[in-house]
Design a protein around this ligand. Structure first.
Ligand SMILES: [Mn+2]
Length: 260
């Protein structure tokens, strides 16, 4: 787990984070038009950022379960396409972090080449790359006394969860056993969802109990139904990516709103 700090408080406004993952670029079912539109929006809007959570490149290789022959782009072309798509966002400081997914890891396992690391090196994002998971400290907006709010966001590509919605939510909320954070984001399950819980955090400085809220977010995929998922009997998945809004405008209480 890599700790990364970003100061996003310059505007004094609320900040929006789009957890992008599971684009599966190269797969014949990846919705390239929708991906381009999403990236254009992130680029065009102030105080909107993204974090890249893996499976950007489908990386179907000879030894993997995906359909290598139906792929629209081969692994090298997938890397080039990703660099081309994300270059403007990287240049504009819109990418807060990058993680690999199990799909890119197929190439690492087969050949020892970390495609996500190569992607980051090409975009000048090496410092923002974690080969496992990440915990982001995000400074946002301005409290009533002038200091920024600081949100903690744990981000993982994720694994497991099974096929059922309940199993995916159980897996997501289990990440609270690993680290204390305001927000937990998991990718991989292709099921956009949000859940909240309250948590009691003792404050040793004054002997009180702080009731804090934890927000759990599952992000989406860009795959339209057909191909591998159809053949394997997977249910069609929504392509609506959640947007996480971090309150930054006044008061002293942190607040997280998730729009799906
Ligand atoms: Mn995955």
């Amino acid at each position: 787990m890599k700790a990364i700090t970003h100061d996003l408080s310059a505007s004094g406004k609320n900040v929006h984070i789009v957890p992008l993952a599971d684009l599966h670029i190269g797969d014949s079912q990846a919705d390239m038009k929708a991906i381009q539109e999403m990236l254009n929006q992130i680029l065009a809007l102030d105080d909107v950022y993204c974090i890249l959570g893996g499976d950007l490149m489908d990386s179907a290789i000879a030894s993997s379960i995906g359909d290598t022959y139906a792929a629209k782009l081969q692994p090298m072309e997938q890397l080039q396409k990703c660099v081309e798509l994300f270059q403007p966002l990287a240049d504009a400081g819109k990418i807060l972090g990058v993680l690999p997914g199990n799909h890119e890891n197929r190439i690492y396992k087969a050949a020892g080449v970390d495609m996500t690391r190569v992607f980051c090196d090409q975009l000048g994002l090496t410092e923002l790359y974690s080969e496992t998971t990440a915990l982001y400290f995000l400074k946002v907006g301005s409290q009533s006394r002038g200091r920024p709010f600081v949100y903690t966001l744990y981000y993982t590509h994720g694994s497991g969860g099974g096929r059922k919605a309940g199993g995916k939510i159980n897996r997501l909320m289990d990440y609270a056993n690993i680290v204390d954070a305001d927000i937990y984001v998991c990718c991989h399950t292709h099921m956009p969802a949000v859940a909240k819980m309250e948590y009691i955090r003792p404050v040793p400085q004054n002997g009180t109990l702080a009731h804090v809220e934890k927000t759990f977010v599952n992000t989406a995929s860009s795959l339209v139904y057909g191909g591998y998922g159809d053949r394997q009997g997977y249910a069609p998945a929504s392509n609506s990516y959640p947007v996480i809004e971090l309150h930054g405008e006044g008061g002293t209480e942190k607040a997280v709103t998730v729009h799906i």
